[in-house]
Design a protein around this ligand. Structure first.
Ligand code: ATP
Length: 704
């Protein structure tokens, strides 16, 4: 039987939006996820199998029509456009579709679309500034339209007195247009300052807002989201994508709007000066529009590819740098450099292709514009010789043509920026709009004095969202009595850490429930659950690059220095912290690199302890330590475990011998349960595990 809930995904964002109501015993809402890549590959197959295996739709009068249409639709789409549809499919139908080879699991890198609504919502609070900036830009454009005519007037005066006119008369006649020109240039400077300054302010405010919303949205995503996303990719969206979007936004409004206005205004002036010359020029325009559109779509594609590759390169570099110790330990520096360089070269190749496209676009535009100037001179000279226009008109015409030329060049330059900015904006909005399927706040809180700390797993079945086919826990039942220590053992990959992750509600169970004091954890406030109720210490605790004091205080923001020191004492950390020259103010370096593994672990214990949790989860907390550190840390753990419900995930069986109960897990199922002595006496899997561990310890001791 299929577990449809596993297919549920956020309704928008990077996932395809195939909303489907599945009729099982009860209606379930699922999202069918068609992988875009596989869409491309399996297009034909999809089409074919839909025809070959028509799928009945439960409750529909026209059997299989809707699903059939959808499949055919999907099949004919070229991998970019996504059909959205609601369908009623019977359980049996979905099973058949699986047999028929329809792919509907896996994740999608759907091409993001620019969210205009979101964009305008962001702009709305700055609407007055924006209108003022737009007005400033338009004023500059309007002044630019009038300037050619004034220059034409000056030339006409010059032409009139060119041969034998009186200089006093010339000065008098030229005074007025020159004076107006000076005024216009000053006004233009003022308006330019106003709109550029205002746009910078709006750009900064919008970018800050975007970064805030994006960061908040990323922080709120459920853990499954981070299982798929690379850190570098996320950082890239926060930094360069927002930057690209901001630059494009500013440029489009300042230069784009101004250029468009100037083209319209100067174009009108051209008509007024000489309709004949203008019409001659206009003959060339349709060719330019067609070429521009074609090249434009090519540029868009090139820009998208280049940006995607840049993000990939960043994430690979970021991964190598943040895991430098592992890289060094495996002497993989050269391989990492090689991989990074390969990706970098690919990014450079794509950028060069983009540069080629942009170059072609701009060169073509320039050629066209210069052709326009030549055509004006040729045609204008002819009209002057026929006395149809004055030399001043040709001057006005040329200046207006050049203004149009400059505006068009700017637009062509802007086009590349705009394409890049829209792509970047789409990627930013995509994550901002992504809904988390699991809330991080809201729900019940059990008052501390009535919190007992009983944890129960009731018939829990679970598979990770990224691997829905692999069921990790099957009908799992476990009771962790308040105040007792329960250890989970078993060989690697059997689901021990998964049990811990589920108690923390990093993931929601697919079937069954987990309760704390009888309350389903899905009803509890997740931030209360993780922040107040449960303390979690894992194998590789992460410290932040700040002081030890602040690192411990992370467990309970607002805790006093004394509370921090008390927690450190309980965790056997106070002594070594004081031995540092700077004591609690010692900065531990990025990820805590400047303290030893055992010290790091004790700081983490103090941090977890500060919130005084009723439930403590120790996920192989000592397995990364040497024997000496392990003893010290184990002592600290014994100290802090008293009076709490403790779930210990252990590799080394020697560390859990004193647990009140030991649970042996095999393939996600509990196979043995009891105290150390009773399990040993059973001579089952636990006994085997102990023997295996003894053998491997003896071997490593013998090898020195
Ligand atoms: N985030 C994840 N996404 C998908 N599958 C996962 C994820 N984490 C673990 N798994 C898979 O779930 C199964 C159980 O993993 P889990 O980490 O719970 O095992 P474990 O018993 O704790 O192993 P170990 O002792 O090696 O830590 C494994 O097959 C693992 O590959």
């Amino acid at each position: 039987m299929w577990r449809f809930t596993k297919l549920c995904q956020p309704k928008s964002g990077i996932f395809c939006r195939y909303a489907a109501d599945i009729w099982c015993n009860k209606p379930l809402s699922i999202t069918l996820k068609f992988v875009k890549e596989s869409l491309k590959v399996d297009r034909q197959e999809l089409h074919y199998s839909a025809k070959k295996h028509p799928l009945p739709i439960a409750g529909s009068k026209k059997p299989h029509s809707l699903l059939y249409k959808l499949c055919v639709g999907v099949g004919t789409v070229c991998g970019v456009k996504i059909y959205t549809g609601s369908l009623l499919v019977s359980c049996e139908a979905l099973q058949k579709s699986r047999i028929a080879g329809l792919k509907y699991d896996g994740y999608v890198e759907e091409e993001a679309e620019f969210d205009w609504r979101k964009f305008f919502t962001l702009l709305w609070p700055h609407i007055w500034y924006l209108l003022a900036a737009v007005a400033g830009a338009l004023a500059v454009a309007l002044l630019n339209i009038e300037i050619p005519q004034l220059l034409g007037s000056v030339i006409n005066v010059v032409a009139k007195f060119a041969r034998n006119g009186s200089s006093t008369l010339f000065m008098e006649q030229v005074k007025l247009p020159v004076f107006r020109l000076i005024n216009m240039y000053i006004a233009q400077a003022c308006f330019t300052f106003i709109y550029i300054y205002l746009l910078s302010c709006i750009g900064e405010k919008v970018a800050t807002q975007l970064k805030q919303e994006l960061f908040e949205s990323i922080m709120k995503q459920d853990i499954a989201f981070f299982d798929q996303q690379r850190t570098g990719e996320l950082v890239n969206r926060l930094t360069s994508d927002v930057q690209d979007f901001k630059s494009a936004f500013k440029l489009c409004i300042s230069q784009g709007l101004r250029s468009i206005m100037q083209i319209i205004g100067c174009g009108t002036s051209l008509f007024l000066i000489s309709p004949q010359m203008t019409l001659t020029m206009l003959l060339i325009v349709p060719t330019v529009i067609v070429t521009g559109t074609l090249l434009g779509s090519l540029l868009r594609k090139l820009s998208r590819d280049a940006q995607a590759q840049a993000a990939k390169t960043t994430s690979i570099g970021e991964e190598a740098i943040s895991n430098i110790r592992t890289v060094r330990a495996f002497a993989m520096e050269n391989e990492e450099c090689e991989l990074f360089c390969q990706q970098l070269e690919e990014a450079s190749r794509l950028n060069q292709r983009l540069g080629f496209g942009i170059g072609l676009f701009q060169a073509g535009t320039n050629l066209f514009l210069n052709g326009m100037v030549l055509a004006t001179l040729y045609m204008g000279g002819y009209l002057v010789s026929n006395n149809q226009v004055s030399p001043g008109d040709i001057m006005s015409f040329l200046v207006a043509t050049q203004t149009i030329q400059r505006s068009l060049t700017q637009l062509s330059l802007l086009f590349g920026q705009m394409v890049k900015g829209l792509g970047a904006g789409a990627r930013v909005f995509e994550f901002i709009n992504l809904e988390s399927s699991m809330p991080i706040k809201g729900g019940k809180k059990i008052p501390y004095h009535s919190l007992v700390g009983d944890v129960t797993f009731n018939n829990v079945t679970f598979a990770y969202p990224t691997r829905p086919q692999q069921v990790v826990l099957k009908n799992f039942n476990l009771y962790l009595p308040a105040g007792k220590t329960v250890a989970i053992v078993g060989s690697s990959g059997n689901g021990k850490s998964t049990v811990a992750a589920l108690v923390e509600r990093f993931y929601d169970v697919d079937e069954g429930s987990i309760t704390i004091d009888g309350v389903d954890i899905r009803e509890l406030d997740p931030s209360w659950l993780r922040g107040n109720c449960i303390g979690f210490i894992n194998q590789e605790p992460v410290l932040f690059a700040t002081s030890i004091m602040e690192n411990i205080r992370y467990g309970k923001p607002g805790a006093s220095d004394n509370e921090v020191i008390e927690a450190a004492k309980l965790a056997n950390a106070d002594e070594f912290i004081k031995s540092f020259p700077e004591g609690y103010s010692t900065v531990v370096g990025e990820r805590g690199v400047t303290v030893s593994g055992g010290q790091k672990q004790r700081i983490a214990i103090a941090r977890a302890l500060l919130k005084n949790p009723r439930i403590l989860i120790l996920d192989e907390a000592t397995s990364a330590l040497d024997a000496e550190s392990e003893t010290i840390v184990q002592n600290s753990l014994d100290n802090v475990s008293r009076g709490r419900t403790v779930l210990v995930i252990a590799h080394r069986l020697s560390t859990v011998q004193n647990a009140d109960m030991i649970v042996v897990l095999h393939n996600g199922v509990i196979v043995e349960m009891g105290t150390h002595d009773s399990l040993k006496a059973q001579r089952g899997l636990y006994w085997n595990l102990i023997r295996q561990q003894e053998v491997s310890e003896n071997i490593s001791r013998a090898l020195g």
